[in-house]
Design a protein around this ligand. Structure first.
Ligand code: BT5
Length: 319
């Protein structure tokens, strides 16, 4: 019912709508309407009530509420169901539980804050409350476990493109899972899975973005979209763009058109043809980044001339 009231407010923007009108349109009593208006106000909607004129939606809350993200989103898979939280340990943990409980793929979890946000290898993802996007999407692709990096690849393209389209900032991908703006990390991806030897049961794709986050709360190597743009960015609008980009890239992936995604990844990749140093399983590998192969691995030409494909690691750009 709250959603139906919001729908009326949105389609009749700038109008005052009487309680009588709402109660007739939705076929419920005026008292029921009043109660729903109160609930919406508690959620943070600014709804003014003027005697003899009616109600008017003044402002929606700056919160990643499911009904706001979903409004006219129209996706068939990604974000068909959205679960919004105020604070969680980690959105990846919540989505993982949805996976174990058999939820349909595409279910997406959003939270205003995380108390134990994670990066790869148990590193910490700093997740200040109310200013970033912390989200996880449950996926059930029919792939073998060593194809999982392809999901990180398609997610990196989706997040970079969503940022580019909404803000015009030059978001670049730093293999394998970082999104950078002006050489500083603005977003990170964490792909986790539940798998047996040769079968992926489900994948949880976690995305963390510093949107309006104060730089003082972030590591020195990080930035936020607000810092780079010098303006606030609508988290809801960005969340919607990401879900849309993920939807179209995931559909391409399912249609065996990963090559298309890979070529965009390459065009947005900041490593190609550069000299890089990679830390990978306690090894240091140095050489020139030549390519990203069809599995999403980084192809390096070592100084001794050998070419090696590296599936994971941390890259330091060498001078
Ligand atoms: C990542 O790991 O970059 C993956 C981050 C994924 C976060 C999302 S948020 C939603 C979902 N739920 C979770 O619990 N996680 C996912 P990695 O490549 O290992 O990078 C981690 C490193 O990035 C840290 O060691 C810090 O140096 C740096 N870092 C931590 N917080 C950051 C932030 N907010 N912005 C930029 N860099 C950060």
């Amino acid at each position: 019912m709250d959603e139906k009231i919001l729908e009326i407010f949105r389609t009749r923007k700038d109008e005052y709508i009487s309680g009588e009108d709402l109660s007739q349109s939705l076929n419920v009593s005026r008292t029921a309407i009043w109660k729903h208006i109160e609930t919406l106000r508690e959620e943070g909607y600014d709804i003014a009530a003027y005697p003899h004129l009616g109600y008017k939606l003044i402002a929606t809350p700056d919160k990643l509420l499911a009904q706001e993200i979903l409004w006219h989103l129209g996706n068939k898979i990604i974000g068909k169901k959205i679960y919004s939280y105020n604070e969680v340990n980690s959105t990846n943990d919540i989505a993982y539980k949805l996976g174990e409980a058999g939820f349909e793929e595409g279910a997406a979890v959003f939270s205003e804050g995380q108390t134990q946000g994670r990066g790869r290898l148990s590193r910490k993802w700093i997740s200040p409350y109310g200013s970033g996007i912390y989200m996880s999407v449950l996926l059930r692709p029919n792939i073998v476990p060593n194809e999982a990096p392809k999901i990180t690849t398609l997610a990196a393209v989706s997040v970079a493109n969503a940022i580019r389209k909404l803000t015009n900032l030059d978001a670049m991908i730093k293999w394998p899972n970082d999104i950078l703006v002006n050489n500083k990390k603005v977003a990170g991806l964490l792909t986790e899975m539940s798998a047996e030897l040769d079968l992926t049961k489900f994948i949880v794709l976690g995305i963390g973005i510093n949107v309006n986050t104060a730089p003082s709360l972030l590591p020195a190597t990080a930035t936020s979209l607000k810092k780079e743009l010098k303006n606030n960015v609508s988290r809801i609008e960005l969340a919607r763009r990401i879900l849309k980009e993920l939807e179209s890239n995931y559909i391409l992936f399912k249609e065996n058109k990963f090559n298309k995604i890979l070529s965009i990844y390459k065009s947005l990749s900041m490593l190609l043809l550069k000299r890089v140093r990679i830390l990978c399983h306690n090894r240091k590998i140095e050489g020139q980044a030549l390519d990203i192969d069809s599995t999403g691995a980084l192809v390096i030409r070592l100084d001794n001339g050998f070419v090696q494909n590296i599936t994971t690691g941390d890259v330091i750009m060498a001078r």
